[in-house]
Design a protein around this ligand. Sequence first.
Ligand code: F6P
Ligand code: MN
Length: 314
Amino acid sequence: MPYSEPGKTKFQTDLRRHLRSQDICDNLIHLICEIAEASKYVINAVRTGDLGVAGTSNLYGEEQLALDVLSDRIMRKRLIHSGVVCNIASEEMEEIYEVKANADGLYSVAYDPLDGSSLVDVNLAVGTIVSIYSGCDLLQEGRKQIAAMYILYGPRVSMVYSVGNGVHEFTMNHLMEFTLTRENIRMQPSGNIYSPGGLRNKYNDGDENFIRYLEAKGCKLRYSGGFVPDINQVLMKGKGIFMYPALNGSPNGKLRVLFELNPMAFLIENAGGAASTGSAPILDIKPESLDQRAPIYIGCVEDVNKAVEYVNGR
Ligand code: F6P
Ligand code: MN
């Protein structure tokens, strides 16, 4: 069913109905719907849960918040009980979780249960990011993802997914159902906003010059510090670039290939945008470990190409 302006919609298309129109198998529909269900419990935790620390740290040495641990548990349980998943990896887990009862399961899932969780106590938007592969191998190029999605917990809760056939946005209604709000979202070739992550005084010359280029071009700074809302802004406006470059002392930047970069690159590419490390497309990286990081430039094709030029000193 085509997208209609809010208020003019006669029939609301829910997530399951939309997935049925995507020419994918019932098991994948089931899995995506289960993840969407899990997000309802995550938003409940975000809205009302304990804001304290959990007293543990994750694989990256970052202090885990009680909300990180709880969101991870919510997602993992749902995936285990979906009956279609064999391997699960999460930004908050040390190693791959094998679902024993489903050793030759149909799908594997990598996810970041609550990206930007340290922003909850200042009441900024956060999100869940999910990447889905066929079979049990999680260390594959992002291009082999069969689906990717994120759920954004902002003033409204929205969900954006792609199974490789366009990118679609759903918004949670008063009954906590996800209904279609934008279908086949497309990126423009060139943007007018930029969202630069990382400490500017650790930028390399190429990135510094690229920022000057963007500002001279008339781009406005639009950065919240949350990867999901920052990407969502670029994608929904269809005009912009997000970057988290290599930094002096952190040659691979900060963001994680499996849990953050691959799913977002899959969505942005499917909307006609691009995502690069500065030397190769994000989706061509062959990950060697769960905790692999990479620099990223993601958004409108012409802006990403320009970033690559600057980073390479051209
Ligand atoms: O987990 C990653 C994250 O919180 C992202 O949401 C965000 O883009 C980035 O880190 C910001 O990192 P920092 O503020 O440490 O530069
Ligand atoms: Mn994260």
